[in-house]
Structure formats: structure tokens, C-alpha cells
Write a protein that binds this ligand. Structure first.
Ligand code: 4AD
Ligand code: MG
Length: 460
């Protein structure tokens, strides 16, 4: 007999014939001749109540079922007299798969996120983390659906690369050399003897390779893991995170901002429509204002604000920031959050940043001081998207590369794309974990990725 998911049963309009369900005991309580088991199988937030009566031949064993135990139940569906649940199961047979010992860490009481991080292998069994990871899965699907329906091509850019897209040098090196005893050339490690014959690292962004494909296929996107060794132990940075990077040919900065805004709106709306029960948990227990925040994101047009205006708003705010603001300063999370949370109270797109704080590939504006960059900032998170129009003019690009110390020889292939049929093009990167944080109200990036990788932490 085939297993039926608890979600299917709970959503069912009429009683199905005998059903077989398999799952884990959340709680159990006994009355005189019955044992009531709250069973969850991960398919949805809700448990189903299984009623076992003392006529079952292993009733004595059933009464030993502890939280976390695994069982297989054959039973019949009945309308539940209890509130909130349409159906309950009257057990015909209960097969005990395993009884969990008393030291199971997830007993009934609520645990702190900090504690649950130390048991990341078990935390998806809690209501909150189960919900978070179902939402993460739904939104991954939504990303593919969004771009697929718009006719974008999904491109798998490499994870091991020889380049540093963002030019920030926050690279994890990939090598097969013996780091305790590397072959030397001029007293330095000889990478010609390394696996790839040159230095290699994990990618910080799929953008550069994405651009090459956009200049062939028009509209493309990448969606995959990216890696940064920035040593910032914040609640918004992970060393391994997932990024979605669309790249569009024949697209300028204005159109790029339009697509970033549409994309975020689509994803939030998708979550509201498709994750209702899981989202409710977050609106109830994590952030009481969550649904308002999400509705605002969907309904209000994002503010568009040139960087210079952002700087003057911050200066005039009279607020004391930890980092000074002036033209040329990189905006910090505290500045971004002030603008999105306090000043505008909604998402803001800041654009035309000083070129001195942005990577080499961004298109230089006519003022020659700023580049056609844009960041989408949202309440509580700060930056969620970073993007730009790319420098398509060969002379400008080579000039910027020289200015920022990027070798023309190493990036010959990127320069080729500006030699042959170069066109205006733009794109952006959305930090997937930050999206999940925004949608759920979870405030620490470590709690939206199954097994977080952060400085000093690689358990599991
Ligand atoms: O602004 P970033 O660095 O932009 C790029 O990498 C471009 N190549 C994207 C592009 O134009 N195709 O990163 C993009 C986004 C950020 O806005 C942020 O949401 C997320 O990636 N991000 C991180 N998320 C978690 N942990 C980190 N360490 C992150 N660094 C960036
Ligand atoms: Mg950025």
C-alpha cells in the first residue's frame, strides 16, 4: 500500500479509503482506553491526530512512543471533532519503526535559535525550521518559474574559477598542492604545478561568465552557490550563500531596476499565495508586522534614489552613525536600514554610485565620477540586490581594468566579448538567503540555510 502524505489528507475534501501514513511523533497523550498521537511527516506544518485504542495488539508498546519516534500507521479518516483540523485518523494498525530515547533534544519546550544551530542536523524537525526550509524550497522553484515564463535561459556557470568578479580578493583558494610543502618557483608557490596549472578559487559570482552567455542567448540567469571569505561575522553574511544572477542583453540601468523590482514583487507574492500556513507561523511567532511588510513590498513602487541624494538625506538626518557618510563612502547596513526602515519605510533602489567603491565591470557614467550601479535595499535587511549596467565600451573597460589593477591577460576572454558584437547589457545578483530572511522575518542568515558556513564554523 502506498504512503499518503499528511498534507494530502488534511487538504482532502472527502474521506479517502484506508490510508497509510508514515512520520514522526510530535507528542502523545493517553486517556483511559486511547492514546492520541500527534504525527508529522514534514509535508506541511500541521500534524495529524492519530487515535490508537487499547484493542490494538501492541497497545502497550504504543504507549511508550516518545517525541521523535518514528511510526507507520494504517487507519481510516474521520472528521475531527477537535478545532482547527478537518480530519483525524483512527488507527487499524500501528507499526513502530523506532522508539526515540529520552535524550532526544527536541522535547516539547521552545528552544533558542542559538541552541538549535548547535543541532543543525535535527532542527529541521521543529515547526519553525521545517517551515523555513519548505519556504526556501518553494522560493527556489518560484525563481525558476519566473525566469522560465519570461523566456530566460538557465546557465550553469562554473564553481571553480580563475577569476575574481568582484575584485575584492575575498577568495577561497582551490588547490591540490601540499600547503605544508608546496613546489616553489622564485620562493613562491609554483601554481604551474597545481591541478589547473594556475591559481584557482571558488567563485564569488557567476556574473562574468553569465555576461558571455547573455551576449549569445539574450536573457539568461544563473542560480547557484557562491563563496566569499570576507571575515565579517555578521547576521547577514555567510561564507557560502546562494545567488540568483539574471543578465540581460540590450538592457540599460533603468530596465535593470525595473526587472529587479518586478522579480522581488513576484517572489513575495508567490510566497504569500503558496506558503500560507508556513508564513502564518512566522507572522505569529517571529515578526508580528511581517504580513504588512510583505504587502508593502508587493504594492508600493520602489523609491529610486541617486546615491548623492541618499548621502544628503543621511547627512541631514541628524542621526549619529558608526560610519561617516560623504560622497565616496560605501553605504553600510546602518545607513541602508535607516533609509529603508525609518526614512522611506519601504524598499528603495539606490543608483549611480561613485566608481571608486564599485568593481571594474560597471559602466562609467558621463560625469566620469559615478557608475551605472544599483542596489535594492529593504527594511530590516539592507542590501538584498546588487546590480549594474555593464561597461560595454572596450576602451572604457580596459581603462577601468588598468585603474583597478585587473590583468588584461587574465581576462582576455571577457575583453573579447566587447570586441565582437558588444551591446548594452545589464544584470543583478539577488542574495537568496537574504530573500528568505525578508520573507520569513528571520533575522540571522545562519537560520535560513540548512548548514551555515561562517568564520570559524564548519560543523555538519
Ligand atoms: O552586491 P554583490 O556583491 O554583487 C555581485 O556579486 C554582482 N556580481 C551581481 C551581479 O550583478 N550579477 O552581491 C549580490 C547580492 C547582495 O546584494 C547580497 O544580497 C548577496 O548577494 N550577498 C551575500 N549574501 C550572503 N552572504 C554574503 N557574504 C553575501 N555577499 C553578497
Ligand atoms: Mg553589493
Amino acid at each position: 500500500m502506498k504512503r499518503t502524505r499528511i498534507k494530502t489528507i488534511l487538504l482532502s475534501e472527502k474521506a479517502l479509503d484506508t490510508v497509510l501514513i508514515k512520520g514522526w511523533v510530535r507528542t502523545r497523550r493517553d486517556s483511559k482506553a486511547f492514546s492520541f498521537i500527534e504525527l508529522n511527516d514534514g509535508s506541511c506544518l500541521n500534524n495529524i491526530q492519530v487515535i490508537a485504542d487499547d484493542l490494538l495488539k501492541n497497545y502497550e508498546q504504543i504507549k511508550k512512543l516518545s517525541t521523535g519516534s518514528s511510526v507507520c500507521v494504517k487507519g481510516t479518516m474521520h472528521e475531527s471533532p477537535g478545532k482547527g483540523q478537518k480530519w483525524e485518523i483512527h488507527a487499524i494498525k500501528i507499526k513502530i519503526i523506532q522508539i526515540t530515547p529520552d535524550d532526544f533534544p527536541l522535547q516539547k519546550k521552545r528552544h533558542t535559535d542559538e541552541f538549535l544551530r548547535t543541532i543543525s542536523h535535527l532542527r529541521p524537525r521543529t515547526n519553525k525550521y521545517g517551515a523555513a526550509f519548505r519556504i526556501r524550497s518553494k522560493l527556489s522553484f518560484a525563481i525558476h518559474k519566473y525566469f522560465h515564463d519570461l523566456g530566460f535561459t538557465y546557465v550553469h556557470t562554473p564553481i571553480i574559477t580563475g577569476s575574481d568578479c568582484e575584485g575584492a580578493g575575498e577568495l577561497f583558494q582551490v588547490t591540490t598542492l601540499d600547503i605544508n610543502n608546496p613546489p616553489l618557483s622564485d620562493e613562491k608557490s609554483d601554481y604551474q604545478k597545481d591541478f589547473f596549472g594556475k591559481q584557482a578559487n571558488l567563485t564569488v559570482s557567476g556574473q562574468l561568465e553569465g555576461e558571455l552567455f547573455a551576449l549569445a542567448l539574450g536573457d539568461i540567469y544563473t542560480f547557484g552557490p557562491t563563496f566569499r571569505s570576507e571575515n565579517s561575522n555578521t547576521s547577514r553574511h555567510a561564507a557560502e550563500f546562494w545567488m540568483v544572477e539574471p543578465e540581460m542583453a540590450f538592457c540599460n540601468l533603468d530596465e535593470d531596476m525595473d526587472s529587479a523590482e518586478n522579480f522581488i514583487k513576484f517572489l513575495v507574492e508567490f510566497a504569500i499565495k503558496n506558503c500560507d500556513q508556513d508564513l502564518e507561523l512566522f507572522a505569529k511567532f517571529v515578526d508580528k508586522n511581517l504580513m504588512n511588510t510583505l504587502e508593502t513590498i508587493v504594492s508600493k513602487k520602489f523609491i529610486r534614489l541617486p546615491y548623492t541624494e541618499a548621502v544628503s538625506i543621511l547627512k541631514q538626518s541628524g542621526k549619529k552613525f558608526n560610519y561617516d557618510v560623504f560622497f565616496g563612502a560605501d553605504l553600510q547596513t546602518e545607513h541602508e536600514r535607516f533609509l529603508a526602515e525609518k526614512h522611506f519605510k519601504q524598499p528603495v533602489i539606490i543608483y549611480d554610485y561613485p566608481k571608486t567603491i564599485k568593481p571594474f565591470y560597471m559602466r562609467v557614467n558621463d560625469d566620469e565620477k559615478t557608475v551605472a550601479a544599483m542596489d535594492v535595499i529593504v527594511p530590516r535587511i539592507g542590501e538584498i540586490i546588487g546590480g549594474s549596467q555593464r561597461e560595454e565600451r572596450l576602451e572604457f573597460l580596459t581603462h577601468r581594468m588598468a585603474e583597478t589593477g585587473i590583468s588584461k591577460d587574465d581576462y582576455w576572454w571577457y575583453l573579447d566579448s566587447r570586441r565582437y558584437g558588444s551591446v548594452e547589457h545589464s544584470g543583478f545578483g539577488l542574495g537568496f538567503e537574504r530573500l528568505i530572511m525578508m520573507v520569513t522575518g528571520i533575522t540571522n542568515i545562519r537560520d535560513v540555510i540548512p548548514f551555515p558556513r561562517t568564520p570559524g564554523s564548519i560543523e555538519f
